[in-house]
Structures are given as C-alpha cells and as structure tokens.
Write a protein that binds this ligand. Structure first.
Ligand code: FAD
Ligand code: NAD
Length: 461
C-alpha cells in the first residue's frame, strides 16, 4: 500500500489551492481533488476574475461613449460583445494554466473527480473513468459555495439566470431585472447597464450593499442611480417565471415586472453535496455551514474546513487566508487570521471598499469614536482622472486614536483600501496615516486628508 498523503485538500478554489501550495512549501505530501476540469474554483471560473474582466471592458465602453468628450476626444465606440466575452475567457484560461503550473512546481498530486468521505481519512474520488480511494493523515474541506435559490423563482439558465449565465449572455438584454442589491447584483447589473441594457434592481432591504457602512452605501446608491440603474428598495420578490418572449417577476403588493432576463443574486450557500459528511458524522449548522473552531478543526479529528463552506464573509481572499493559516497551524503549530483586517470591495464605478468596523457597528457596540471624511472632489488626481465622486471616511477610537474602520466610495477604492488594511493590521492610529508622506498627486492623498480630518486639520478642506 502506498504511503498516505499528509494532507488531502477537497476543492481547488482560492481557499483550497493556496492551502495546498503552502502545505507543500512546508514539506507536506499533498493531494488536491477537484471535480471541475479547470482549477481555481468559483473565483476563477465564474466569479471574481470573469466578472472583473467584464467590468473593466464595459467601463471602457461606457467611458468611450460618455467620458471621452470631456477630454476633448471624439471617438465612435461600437460593441463587439463576442470579442469582449472571448477576452474574458482567455484571461480565465491563462490564469488557470498558471495554477496548473503551480501544482506541478510544488509537486502537488492532482486528483480529478468528485470527492466523498468513506472514513475521516479515507476519500473516494469518482471520475468519468471510475472510482479510486485515497488515504490521508488529514483532510481539508474547501468545497466553497453555490448560488442560493429563491422560493417561487424557477432558474432555467436561459431567461431566469444566476451569475454564471449572466457572465456570458450572447446579446445585451433589453431589460434585465436583478433580484438582490449585493455585490453580484450591482457588479453584473453595472456591466449590462453600461453595455446598453435597461437594468432594474429589486432589493428586499431599504438600502443597497447590506453590511457596508450606511453612509457610504447611500453615496454608492446615488452614483449608480445617476448612471441609470433603476432601484426598487424595500420590495420582496415572491416569484419569477419565463413567459413566451421574456420573463415576469412578481413583487409582493406591487405590479409584476416584465423583462427579457432576470438575474437572481440573493446570496450563496455552502456547498457540501455528495461529500459524504454523514459517513463521518460531521453535522452542519442551521445555515448549512461546516462548524469549525479557531484552528479550522471540525468536530471530526483530522478533518478541517475553510472558505465559503464555513462561517464568515464569502470572499476569495478570506478563503485563502484561512487556507494558509490552517495548514501553517498543522505544519508549524502557528497560524492565524485577523478577521478585523479583511477588506471588502465592490467593483462598481465608483468602487466601494471597506475594512474594519462601520459606524453602525461602533454605535451598536457603544464604542466612542472620532470620524474624519474627505471628498475625492478636492483631490487633484481625481480631477485629472475625471472621477471625483465619493469620499474616504476614517473611524478612530476616541481615546487611543487607533484606526477602527475605513470606508471608501470612489475611484480605485479597491486599491486604496490596501493602505487602510495595513494600518489596521499594524494597529496604526489615524495620526500615523496623517503623518505618513503620500505622493502627490495621487488618490491616496484622500486617505491622508481623511485621517487629518479626524483631528480637524485637513489641509484642503
Ligand atoms: P470555491 O472557489 O467555490 O471553490 C470550491 C471548489 O471545490 C470548486 O472548484 C468546486 O468545484 C470544488 N468542489 C466542491 N465539492 C467538491 C467535491 N466533493 N469534490 C471535488 N471538488 C469539489 N470574492 C472576492 O473576494 N472578490 C470578488 O471580486 C468576487 N467576485 C465574485 C463574483 C461572482 C460572480 C461570484 C459568484 C463570486 C465572487 N466572489 C468574489 C466570491 C468568491 O468567488 C468566493 O468567496 C471564493 O471563490 C470562495 O473560495 P473557496 O475556495 O472557499 O471556494
Ligand atoms: P449578497 O448576500 O451580497 O446580496 C444579496 C441581496 O439580495 C441582499 O441585499 C438581500 O437583502 C437581497 N434579497 C434576498 N432575498 C430577496 C428577495 N426575495 N427579494 C429582493 N431581494 C432579496 O449576495 P450576492 O450579491 O448574491 O453575492 C454572493 C456572495 O458572493 C456574497 O457573499 C459576496 O460577498 C460574494 N461576492 C463578492 C464580490 C466582491 O467581493 N466584489 C462580488 C460578487 C460576489
């Protein structure tokens, strides 16, 4: 019998494949099982990367139509959707080849097929050409998530679709109804609106971007509405069905909406189907997640779980951090994720980004804080870019001045938030950011000025 693997990872998303690489770097003998042909998980195949490729392309198209003339450029923009979609596919394929190469470089055994527990350290892998069984000292579950469905909404993949199909519409819908004003609804709604669709977003809550700082989300709402996205907030969708030529969406207490496509974007749920958790006595929590302790250990010895399949924000970088921390702890006894320093970014225009606590959370916790905000409008680089919407908001402890949260709506917010994440990671004060030299003219100066504003001494306000 062959020597068991030190670690067998189930699922090659950003959580699983990065855990596999780190474990191999630390000297473990590692196998990685993936049921899809392409490694990279939801994030690479049908998530982060293809959506960002389309966001970039569609933003350029929109800029060419509506932004160029302000720069004194006249250009006629014509859409070649097939080429735009092909570019997205080739980005995904290129990155997938990169992950294949990393598996080889790190001598990780790749097992193709659907994994199922036979025993806590024995895994059956079912592929088209049959089933094989594999022994491992430890197993890491990184099986991710799947699209959440909505009662009364029949997703047919054609007219009523999930994010996966909405990344590949062969033509621009005339009227796209989006159910859910979270990251997926707003990002993919933006893509198709920029390409010419009428987009109506239906949201159950009375606000968009639940969980984000209320003031920042309200600014994003205003900016997106100005771009032409129509919002109906505080409405509950009770059903959606395909009609002869399009689809019909039913809303509680309101007239139904007719459209030609519906995107269901009401969240994602953990994916554990066919994993055989019953066979090892591993029970899920009431939301279908795998319960783990601070070291990502499940209730079954030698079985670990990370990423979308456990509690916490469903974000690629959160999954990766957990995967690395989990295997470092296994191999070295140390490994830790700082959940206060996990950023969240929504790649609309303007982008929305945040890290740490928002104002509502600080108020609810009774924590005394000081606040400094600074608008992009007063920043030279933002003016030069022609993107002056939005602001940076810094929240700092009233006594110690330690940065507790930073919230940004504005150009390149997703890149700017990295400095705030580093500040929180290092326990910086708002004074530390304020006294750090920022290159001029850059968008990052807005963060510096917001930090100065905490102490009432912004230079340009
Ligand atoms: P996944 O990436 O879901 O990977 C799990 C893998 O396990 C899959 O490949 C699956 O095929 C495999 N698997 C499952 N069960 C088995 C089994 N039994 N046997 C073998 N293989 C199995 N997050 C961000 O941080 N930034 C973004 O910009 C962003 N954009 C997104 C856009 C969209 C449209 C979507 C849908 C998601 C987006 N996300 C984004 C979320 C992000 O994709 C997930 O948080 C992330 O992929 C989770 O990583 P994971 O490793 O936990 O799981
Ligand atoms: P979400 O949970 O972020 O948003 C879903 C929205 O749908 C919520 O606002 C909810 O109130 C609303 N909703 C639920 N039921 C409804 C109903 N019956 N009628 C109307 N509205 C209803 O989920 P999502 O946008 O689908 O994203 C799924 C996951 O993927 C999230 O966890 C997100 O973090 C992740 N993701 C992240 C990014 C990013 O980081 N940029 C991008 C895309 C997806």
């Amino acid at each position: 019998m062959t020597e068991p693997y030190d670690l067998l990872v189930i699922g090659a998303g950003p959580g699983g494949y990065e855990a596999a690489i780190r474990a191999a770097q630390l000297g473990l003998k590692v196998a990685l099982v993936e049921k899809e042909k392409v490694l990279g998980g939801t994030c690479l195949r049908v998530g982060c990367i293809p959506s960002k490729a389309l966001l970039e392309s569609s933003e350029l198209f929109h800029e060419a139509q509506h932004g160029f003339s302000a720069h004194g450029i006249t250009a006629e923009a014509r859409l070649d959707l097939a080429k735009m979609l092909a570019r997205k596919e080739s980005i995904v394929a290129g990155l997938a080849r990169g992950i294949d190469g990393l598996m080889k470089k790190n001598k990780i055994t790749r097992l193709s097929g659907h994994a199922r527990f036979v025993a806590p350290t024995r895994i059956a892998v079912r592929a088209a050409d049959g089933e094989s069984e594999h022994e491992a000292r430890r197993v890491l579950i990184a099986t991710g998530s799947k699209v959440a469905s909505l009662k009364g909404v029949d997703i047919d993949g054609e007219r009523i679709v999930t994010s996966t199909e909405a990344l590949s519409f062969a033509s621009v819908p005339q009227h796209l109804v989006v159910i859910g004003a979270g990251a997926i609804g707003l990002e993919l709604g933006s893509v198709w609106a920029r390409l010419g669709a009428k987009v109506t977003v239906l949201e159950y809550l009375d606000r968009i971007l639940a969980g984000m700082d209320t003031e920042i989300a309200a600014d994003a709402h205003k900016a997106l509405a100005k771009q032409g996205l129509a919002f109906q907030l505080g409405v509950r969708v009770t059903g959606a069905r395909a009609a002869q030529t399009g689809a019909i969406v039913d809303i509680e207490g309101k007239p139904s909406l007719e459209c030609d496509r519906v995107l269901v974007a009401v969240g994602r749920s953990p994916y554990t189907e066919g994993l055989g958790l019953d066979a090892i006595g591993l029970a899920l929590d009431n939301r279908g997640r795998i319960p783990v302790n601070a070291h990502f250990e499940t209730s079954v010895p030698n079985v670990y779980a990370i990423g979308d399949v456990i509690a916490g924000p469903m974000l690629a970088h959160k999954a990766s951090e957990e995967g690395v921390a989990c295997v470092e702890r296994i191999a070295t006894g140390h490994g830790h994720v700082n959940y206060d320093a996990i950023p969240s970014v929504v790649y609309t225009a303007p982008e929305v980004a945040s890290v740490g606590k928002n104002e509502e959370e600080l108020k609810a916790a009774g924590r005394a804080y000081r606040k400094g905000a600074f608008p992009f409008m007063a920043n030279g680089r933002a003016k030069a870019l022609g993107h002056t919407e939005g602001k940076v908001k810094v929240l700092a402890d009233a006594q110690t001045d330690r940065v507790l949260g930073v919230h940004i709506v504005g150009p390149r917010a997703g890149d700017l938030i990295a400095e705030a994440v580093a500040a929180i990671e290092f326990g910086a004060s708002s004074e530390d950011i304020a006294r750090t030299c920022h290159a001029h003219p850059t968008l990052a100066e807005v963060l510096k000025e917001a930090a100065l504003t905490v102490d009432g001494r912004a230079i340009h306000l």
